[in-house]
Design a protein around this ligand. Structure first.
Ligand code: ADP
Length: 469
């Protein structure tokens, strides 16, 4: 663990990090708990006093140096990520670049935290509005994007003048540790970035109870997000939550089918279907459903399943046994309820955690794969008749993170995009995430936005000063 600029934890029990492709041990991390979590807050609280007083330019330079070091070490970081998380090396490499894009963006954005002056209604008064860092931020992240979920939070936090305590996912702590090593090498002062590994609920509770932690930023499941929001209420922390999704992908009758298939494959099978913006259910106009499904089947048969470090592999393993069992359950349930398996539908011979990319036809709303986040490489296809029907079915969920629509009709694209109750809409685009744009969900998919100039606001307080002159 990295606490107050020191590497600590040798005396603690160790937890193994296991490669989901090979089941080999990639490394071990110490099993920290309440004590270490509190020491990290002590350090972050102390460091906040000086970090928040640095000029924007000074913070920007340090972030920029961190960006350069990550860039210089991206092959090594991508290899480590593939080993602990399983995603194919090319994807891991892409994630490191994406993750680093947030550090670069916020190195720049640090210099643009503007305030306001507002004309007062009294001639002897002046109204000044400033933005100030909220304080120590607790950062809790999932395993599916071991680097990007950290930088998307830590980049804006540090740029704003906040210090952070990070708890990476237990499955993927090594990438987080490598990021912290590079932050140290970049000269980011002791206590500004702290990483604690170990028992999630103990660490989480220590941070929720601690009133010095003024901000909680979390990416993970909706149930845990709700728990953390409830816990944050005790000390009324500022909260950002990026939670589950249930993304619909709509293909209109006028869509370019090849473009729609390409977008659907990108959005569905990235990270073996384990991203919160992965399309979960596909609604295809009944007039083109057959050719769409055929082309999908062909496209997924061209995907190569295997260990992400092997040349040419495009689909890695699922993260653990629970994950693959959920996928299996969704497919079996769909079959039992009358769906037709067009491709896949079984585990893959490569190993215990590998699942064959799957395409399902005749999906209906009573199937689990249409109502729950599958988080695996399964594309259920349902058909619809009218735009209104597609919109209604797409919105009929408690979630609202990402949605996709494929059409060549611009007016239709606007109408549908505006009607979708989702924080992110990809129009003819299967991969909308990028550091410059706001990422986040509506409804039970979360609160707040990450990325772009919006992302930094989550780490800022607004201070209004009234001057009587
Ligand atoms: P996932 O299904 O992606 O594993 P989780 O919500 O379970 O999603 O986990 C996301 C992150 O939240 C992980 O870092 C995990 O350790 C952490 N986490 C899980 N439960 C708690 C908790 N009770 N308090 C704090 N953090 C938690």
């Amino acid at each position: 663990m990295y606490i107050n600029g020191k590497w600590v934890g040798n005396e603690l029990e160790k937890t193994e990090v296991v490669n989901p492709s090979t089941q080999q041990i990639v490394g071990t991390v110490p099993e920290g708990g309440r004590k270490e979590a509190t020491l990290a807050v002590d350090a972050a609280h102390e460091a906040f006093k000086t970090w928040s007083k640095k000029t924007a330019d000074e913070r920007s330079s340090l972030l920029y140096r961190w960006y350069e070091l990550i860039d210089e070490n991206k092959e090594e970081m991508a290899t480590l990520m593939t080993k602990e998380q399983g995603k194919p090396y090319q994807e891991a490499y892409g994630e490191v670049n994406y993750a680093n894009g947030f550090i670069k963006w916020y190195a720049e954005e640090a210099k643009r935290i503007y305030g306001d002056t507002i004309p007062a209604s009294q001639s002897d008064k002046r109204i000044i509005v400033q933005k100030q860092p909220v304080g120590v931020a607790a950062v809790i992240t999932p395993w599916n994007f071991p680097a990007a979920m950290i930088t998307r939070k830590v980049g804006p936090a540090l740029a704003a003048g906040c210090t952070v305590v990070i708890k990476p996912a237990e499955q993927t702590p090594l990438t987080a540790i490598m990021l912290a090593e590079l932050a140290e090498e970049a000269g980011i002062p002791a206590g500004v970035v702290n990483v604690v590994t170990g028992e999630a609920s103990d660490i989480g509770k220590a941070w929720l109870d601690d009133k010095r932690v003024r901000k909680l930023t979390f990416t993970g499941s909706t149930p845990v997000g709700k728990l953390l929001m409830e816990g944050s209420a005790r000390t009324l922390k500022k909260v950002s939550l990026e939670l589950g999704g249930q993304a619909p992908l709509i293909v209109m009758d006028d869509a370019d089918i090849d473009q729609a298939v390409e977008g659907a494959v990108q959005s569905k099978y990235r990270n073996a279907g384990q991203t919160c913006v992965c399309s979960n259910r596909m609604y295809v106009h009944e007039s083109i459903a057959e050719p769409f499904a055929e082309k999908m089947a062909k496209a997924v048969e061209n995907l190569t399943v295997g260990d992400g470090l092997e040349e040419g592999v495009t689909i890695g393993p699922l993260i653990d046994e629970d994950a693959i069992e959920k996928v299996e359950k969704h497919v079996e349930d769909a079959k039992a309820k009358g769906a037709k398996i067009v491709s896949g539908g079984v585990r893959h011979e490569k190993g215990d955690l590998f699942y064959t990319p799957t395409v399902i036809m005749n999906a209906t709303e009573d199937m689990l794969c249409m109502t729950e986040e599958t988080f695996g490489p399964v594309a259920p296809i349902a058909t619809f008749k009218t735009d209104e029907e597609a919109i209604e079915r797409a919105n009929d969920t408690d979630f609202g993170l990402a949605a996709y629509v494929f059409t060549k009709d611009l007016s239709r694209a606007f109408r549908i995009s505006e009607a979708l109750e989702y924080g992110i809409v990809g129009v003819n685009d299967g991969v909308p995430s990028t550091p410059q744009a706001p990422f986040g969900g509506m409804k039970e998919s979360g609160i707040g936005r990450e990325g772009g100039y919006y992302g930094i606001e989550e780490f800022l307080e607004i201070k209004y000063t009234s001057f009587k002159i």
